[in-house]
Design a protein around this ligand. Structure first.
Ligand code: TMP
Length: 206
């Protein structure tokens, strides 16, 4: 039997990394064989593409280049990591997947969502997560968290607040269109409350 595929999404500073650790511990505690991975990245080639996409010194990249690099990394990720793991009965937990492309390149950069749909259709062969956890919080709160990390910002994090407002709106729109797959987590709550929300969502999947 194929394993389940879970993705995690949200704007910058929504606390995905902290919650990814919790979800990983929770699922592994239930005896699930779990492959944890991320996008863009997850393979050797994909991580090289990630570097191209995220380094702030990459300037003036055309939006279509950005879109195609995201899908190039994803095609590799699906072929080398996600599909083999699922076929083996493993579960896959991915920090971002295709919803991020609709939100960032569609909502954020303004690429036609239908075009993204077409590229997704031929690169992914219908693959989509069984469950997507969308960590949602006001953009300003997320930005403050990013800045307080004091780590320097990547190419996306340099963008203006309006860019992230469009991304958040696009994510919420998708969640409204696909309520069975995309579950919104209120990421402004305490870590303990978020963990309760997550457990309630994950339990029925087991
Ligand atoms: P993250 O590791 O903080 O999630 O960084 C990945 C960045 O890449 C984040 O700013 C979102 C962006 N991204 C896209 O723009 N499109 C995509 O399809 C994916 C997977 C990520």
């Amino acid at each position: 039997m194929n394993g389940k595929f879970i993705s995690i999404e949200g704007v910058e500073g929504a606390g995905k990394s902290t919650q990814l650790d919790f979800i990983q511990r929770y699922l592994m505690g239930q005896g699930i064989q779990l492959t944890v991975t991320r996008e863009p990245g997850g393979t050797e080639l994909g991580e090289q593409i990630r570097t191209l996409l995220l380094t702030p010194t990459t300037t003036g990249m055309a939006v279509n280049t950005e879109l195609l690099l995201m899908f190039a990394a994803r095609a590799e990720h699906v072929a080398q990591v996600i599909n083999p793991a699922l076929a083996n009965g493993n579960w896959v937990l991915s920090d971002r997947f295709t919803d991020a492309t609709f939100a960032y390149q569609g909502g954020g950069r303004g690429i036609d969502l239908q075009r993204i749909n077409e590229i997704a259709a031929w690169t992914l062969n219908g693959l989509q997560p069984d469950l997507t956890l969308l960590f949602d919080l006001p953009v300003e709160v997320g930005q403050q968290r990013v800045l307080s990390r004091n780590q320097g910002v990547d190419r996306f994090e340099q963008e203006k607040i309006e860019f992230f407002e469009r991304i958040r709106a696009c994510y919420l729109d998708r969640a409204q269109q696909e309520p069975h797959r995309i579950k919104i987590i209120d990421a402004s709550q305490s870590i303990a409350d978020i963990e309760i929300q997550l457990t309630n969502i994950l339990k029925p999947l087991l």
